[in-house]
Design a protein around this ligand. Structure first.
Ligand SMILES: [Mg+2]
Length: 449
């Protein structure tokens, strides 16, 4: 039986935050743009356009230094809401190619197109078409790497930046890959790079050739991983990110029917709280709230309202739900079941509020990104982020917001899949970024460009 080589596309948006700013403000196109803080501010560069990079401006650099290097640059504050909205549009587009999409971060995703070839043609053709669609739909540029595994696809994307399509096959491992500096390998940070250099190892080829015993003597258990990297081997598989839910709801059936207004209100607030927390974990802000009441007679009534503004916080959802309960005029009737559903997640209208979890998400991701790119020394630098960006420090992660009340009897009802927003973020408890999924921003949502 013919088993086709897996074909993964690693899509990496070019200078994402800066590109979003340039796409929505055409007058900025072609200009050096630095996202991270106002001129004269104490922030650090989150993302800068390639025009700014030409002047030596880099991610994680203090804004003041960027100003000295490129005085003519346009300096903009981080508008995470806009980047999250763009992220959601992109993920939707990726899903139109295949549902085997892993959201890696706010600006990176993997697509397994192995099974799409009959439909859409060879991977390179799929990549080219995707680039065009991303450009046409969002005005953004991306680099795409094609490879048989996540490691080689990622590396291929890295080498294709900006705007290119790169391909690395197994055969390239003993060819093209050998001349690359070891630092190009995802996973070899500055510290490891220095230690390799001390052994005289500066290229991937050297890392492939050195006797394993020598590597093991220097790196111990890390030696095996380094060797795998050098040969572009990866057992990591694409972890499909489920599509964002269309609605999120919680309901509870009372152990005994209730006709006490206070109990109903308290339960409703707990349900609303959980629904709001779930939505936020997916990076979604609902516009619609529905309250469902089932009476002891099994007669069920619902009432819903759609709001012009997204309800980004639990108190906002709870207030809306209580208003709907009042309208249902339950009175003294006995109630068997109570439910709250939030829906109408309009990503484009996602408005961040100061206490919104995205701030923490953004911070977590920024720290993560700086750390990965620049090594542990940069962590101190990242520490400065909090001070420079008001609002970033506020605590409240998801967990802190959850009200406890809703208890055992509560069942979660999510339609359309589960979650997602910041995938990169997923499973990363850093700084309150909960979320197993994450949407938009995996890798933790922030700042990866
Ligand atoms: Mg990028």
């Amino acid at each position: 039986m013919f088993v086709p080589t897996r074909a993964l596309l690693h899509v990496d948006m070019d200078a994402f935050f800066a590109a979003v700013e340039q796409a929505r403000r055409p007058e900025l196109r072609g200009l050096p743009v630095v996202v991270g803080g106002e001129r004269g501010g104490r922030g650090v560069v989150s993302t800068c356009s390639y025009e700014a990079r030409a002047f030596g401006v880099r991610t994680a650099m203090p804004i003041g230094q960027a100003e000295r290097l490129c005085p003519q640059a346009v300096f903009l504050p981080v508008d995470m809401g806009a980047y999250v909205a763009a992220h959601h549009r992109l993920v939707e587009l990726f899903r139109s190619v295949t549902d085997l999409v892993e959201v890696v971060s706010i600006d990176e995703a993997r697509l397994d197109v192995t099974g799409c070839r009959l439909l859409f043609g060879p991977p390179r053709a799929i990549a080219r078409r995707l680039q065009e669609q991303v450009h046409d739909a969002c005005g953004l540029g991306c680099s795409i790497g094609i490879g048989p595994n996540v490691l080689l696809a990622k590396l291929a994307a890295e080498l294709a930046k900006p705007g290119g399509i790169g391909e690395l096959a197994e055969a390239d491992v003993r060819g093209r890959l050998r001349d690359l500096p070891v630092g190009e390998l995802h996973g070899v940070g500055p510290v490891t790079q220095e230690r390799l250099a001390a052994l005289g190892l500066t290229t991937v080829g050297m890392l492939q050739d050195i006797p394993f015993a020598v590597l093991a003597a220097a790196f111990g258990r890390g030696a095996h991983g380094l060797r795998q990297l050098a040969f572009g081997r990866s057992v990591a598989t694409l972890r499909r990110t489920p599509a964002a839910p269309k609605s999120i709801g919680h309901e509870t059936t009372f152990a005994e029917d209730v006709n006490d207004a206070e109990t109903l209100r308290r339960t409703l607030v707990a349900l609303a709280d959980r629904a709001a927390a779930d939505a936020r974990r997916h990076g979604l802000a609902p516009h619609t709230v529905t309250v469902k009441v089932r009476f002891s007679t099994f007669h069920t009534v619902t009432r819903r309202r759609t709001f012009g503004r997204p309800l980004a916080t639990a108190p906002a959802v709870a207030a809306a739900a209580l208003g709907l309960l009042d309208e249902l005029a339950v009175g003294a009737r006995w109630v068997r079941l109570l439910g709250v559903v939030v829906s109408s997640f309009r990503h484009g209208a996602f408005q961040l509020t100061l206490d919104d979890g995205w701030r923490e998400v953004a911070l977590a991701e920024a720290v993560d990104r700086v750390h990965r790119r620049y090594g542990s020394r940069a962590l101190r630098l990242a520490g400065g982020l909090g001070g420079s960006a008001p609002g970033l420090s506020g605590g409240a992660g998801q967990a802190g917001d959850r009200g406890g009340g809703a208890s055992d009897g509560l069942s979660a009802v999510a339609s359309g899949g589960a979650s997602v927003i910041a995938p990169a973020v997923a499973g990363r408890p850093v700084a309150g970024f909960g979320g197993g999924s994450a949407g938009g921003l995996a890798g933790s949502p922030v700042a990866r460009a």
